[in-house]
Ligand binder design. Sequence first.
Ligand code: SF4
Length: 390
Amino acid sequence: MSSSQGFDEQVPLGVYLHAPFCVSHCTYCDFYTKAYSDGSQVRTFAEALAAGVRNSSEDLEVTGRAVDTLYFGGGTPSLLEPADLEKVMESLRATFRLLPGVEISMEANPESIRREKLRAFRSLGVNRLSLGVQSFQPAILSTLGRAHTARRAMEAIEDARAAGFDNVSFDLMLALPGQGRETVKRDLQTSLSLEPDHLSVYLLEMDKQSALRARIERGELPAPTEDDAAEQYELTRAALTRAGFLHYELSNFAHRDKQCKHNLKYWTDMPFVGFGPSAWSYLAGRRFRELADLEGYLEAAQRGVPPQREGMEGGVEERLEEAIFAGLRLIEGIDLADVGRAYGVEDPLGERRQAILDLEEAGFIRLDGSRLRLTRRSYTIANEIFEVFV
Ligand code: SF4
């Protein structure tokens, strides 16, 4: 796949929908979220989102475009009731041409779903579930401020299977305060016993502002070290690949054909459109998002106008750099010849070439012909590697 496809109206779009509500705020989270109060709050939002899909699509001139992935993220989109989701799905079907086999993912938190609700979501077309599990250790769930217990997380996975989902993913976190080799091993054993189709494994990001980071900085919780992160990540990578998972992106592992098609668009420079407060779009080479302002979003829907957006200005050089960074998150790396063709440049590395060669010399990156990829020792320090050649 190449970036030029991002400008081609024949290329199917990915659609992201952001539902901002959460029952509580996790201590490590820096996403745009709003406290969940009751079902009527979510119902009002779902009506606004359905209107926002229509109004923004018209304004962005994407009405009628073919769509092959839908992704409900948040926040906690599983707080929507089936009737709320139905309204949004009706709007999506009326606005876009959903292709046969469209992947429809929903993020779900274990406390907000039960078997019947999942059955209803499944019958509305949701065919991929991504569960926010994070850990099966009660003490760690408490440190993270998660609203569910380990038992509820396990039941939620069983509920998803019973409701007919054959594509179930869940998230795990590593490099957390108080987490050691043994707790990671126990979480991996439990995870594998639940037979997920896909797993996302994230390291705690210490460069983001969060309540958890503040507690670590005040010395109330032990600080995870880079060595802890590398050891736990490698342990996880080895266990999952041994169990037959394909490690296809730095944080993602999948069984055959169960890679997340929507998220692959982000890493392969493909176009997507986002709806809902704080949702990003990438269309015709432009990145922009709807404002992270729920009240403004609801008001725009009432007035029948698209919500306000803010854009990131960036020339070809910035976009090319982003395409390289995103592609390097894939374990297979990126084909620089494709990138060059897509952006109309002969040498996409340009002035970065010497820095890349130095990184290769030091064993952090590999350049095979036109294919550039990170080596295994860079997987937990990818952001630092990217900074070297910005
Ligand atoms: S459930 Fe997800 S979005 Fe909501 S606060 Fe927790 S981490 Fe953030």
